[in-house]
Ligand binder design. Structure first.
Ligand code: SF4
Length: 161
């Protein structure tokens, strides 16, 4: 899977200690729709970074080797711009490494925009999706599913499987 960052132990995006994987692109929908510069996007810093080449097997092995983490979070930029790659990674985790740990996906899309992709992902156990645009200066909101504060109060997470 093409990624821009990988953090072995992250405690900020989910209630469980997680490996965090940053995806490679986002067209900037939150900023474009709000009529504000892309630089306001909370993930803008990642746009200029070069992708890292890591195979799905390498990512899974790295995750499985760390006894401290028990979830994987896939986040910004926009994971659903590479939905097929995300599915392949989850497939390998579930079917080759036989690991059913939670996989949390942070998207800026709303459910109606990614219905088909979500349906395909729901074939795997324990998938959680955080939906909704980033709205600058919105109120934060504590999300019970994730167990963390989300930056905009229109955002929420759902356990889809
Ligand atoms: S979806 Fe994420 S990366 Fe894309 S514009 Fe919104 S906040 Fe930025």
């Amino acid at each position: 899977m093409r990624i821009k960052t990988i953090v072995d132990e992250d405690f900020t995006n989910y209630k469980k200690a997680s490996m965090f994987i940053g995806t490679i692109s986002c067209g900037g929908k939150c900023c474009i729709e709000a009529g504000i510069p892309l630089s306001v996007c909370q993930n803008d810093g990642w746009r200029s970074c070069a992708p890292i080449a890591m195979s799905d097997r390498q990512i899974c092995m790295r995750y499985m080797a760390n006894p401290l983490t028990n979830a994987i979070v896939i986040g910004g930029l926009e994971p659903f711009e590479q939905a097929k790659e995300v599915r392949k990674l989850v497939w390998m985790l579930r079917n080759v490494f036989m690991c059913d740990d939670d996989v949390v996906i942070y998207t800026g899309y709303t459910p109606d925009e990614i219905e088909e992709e979500v349906k395909l992902l729901s074939e795997f156990k324990n998938i959680i999706i955080k939906y909704g645009r980033y709205v600058p200066n919105a109120k934060t909101r504590y999300d019970d599913v994730l167990g963390v504060n989300l930056v905009s109060d229109n955002q929420y997470a759902v356990k889809i499987s």
